[in-house]
Design a binder for this molecule. Structure first.
Ligand code: GEK
Length: 271
């Protein structure tokens, strides 16, 4: 196993799984220590083997509200998804959203396709679904969500993925997703956001760093990760996200969750 990750005690592993539905048991054991030693030159962040090995720990300790958003997905699906409809999870990483749905809905309730560009992520997600929910119809494709040919779908999940696309590619993708949604379909869009007001933004970023410190990250880890994500993760403002959804054709969108500079929106195909 990679040196940047170390084993979590079993009790902690179980506790974190109970608190956060949908994360793969087999991948929950390694602690994110990727930026814990000083680096001469911090490379651009990428979703490689090293990140995959400690991803569940990394995302839990770095994304405020991640577990709550996952937990709510199945409740939203129960209200909005036609029985047997198709669900896309774009930038599925290790398939946490798919697992959250499979943990709460019967096998015939939906068909799921997770898509991820990272071969390491897609391979692990496929195996996780085979291990954890073999009776559900779970498919994973290694592909670019910008060029993928979408079939009609009842629910599309974009959890913390749009932020990794070049801003110029975002509107075209959202338009294609709007077209792929069936009448009554919903898009869940979760993102890190930036505030237009500098003082508000500074406050939220500082409290976010406090959140990371409280979750065990050192100042050096926070600073090196920030450098690695520069020009890789480019956040929009919350207003810009709603504008993009409107431009894509969605007659109605709302912010249903916000925790510091992390937010989740729901967009309805019908008003
Ligand atoms: C979760 N949704 O656990 N096409 C396909 N995948 C992409 C692309 C692209 N163009 N660009 C980036 N990705 C997940 C978390 S992580 C967010 C999503 C994070 C993939 C990338 O490989 C990675 O797996 C994912 O998007 C973003 O709920 O790590 O902050």
């Amino acid at each position: 196993m990679d040196q940047a990750c170390s084993a979590l005690p079993r009790a902690r592993k179980l506790r974190s799984l109970i608190n956060h539905p949908g994360l793969p048991m087999s991948d929950a054991s390694y602690r994110d220590a990727i930026f814990s030693t000083p680096l001469d030159k911090v490379a651009r962040f990428s979703f490689d083997e090293q990140v995959v090995a400690c991803f569940p720990d990394m995302i839990r300790r770095s994304v405020p509200g991640y577990g709550q958003i996952l937990g709510m997905l199945s409740l939203i699906a129960k209200r909005h998804l036609r029985h047997g409809a198709h669900v896309y999870d774009l930038g599925c990483s290790l398939g946490a959203s798919g697992l959250a749905l499979a943990g709460a809905l019967p096998a015939d309730a939906f068909r799921y396709t997770g898509i991820d560009l990272s071969p390491a992520m897609a391979t692990r997600a496929k195996q996780t679904f085979l291990d954890e929910c073999p009776d559900h119809a779970m498919q994973v494709e290694e592909a670019d969500i910008r060029t993928y040919e979408y079939a009609p779908s009842g629910m599309i999940i974009l959890n913390f993925t749009l932020q990794f696309l070049p801003p110029a590619d975002r509107d075209a993708l959202l338009k294609r997703l709007f077209d792929a949604l069936e009448p009554g379909g919903v898009l869940i869009l979760s993102e890190k956001t930036i505030d237009a007001d500098e003082r508000d933004n500074a406050w939220r970023v500082e409290r976010y760093h406090d959140f990371k410190r409280a979750n065990g990250y050192s100042d050096m880890e926070i600073s090196q990760k920030r450098t690695a994500l520069e020009n890789v993760l480019i956040p929009d403002t919350l207003d810009a996200l709603h504008e993009r959804l409107s431009l894509a054709g969605f007659p109605r969108s709302m912010t249903w969750f916000q925790y510091l500079n992390f937010t989740s929106l729901i967009a309805f195909k019908e008003g």
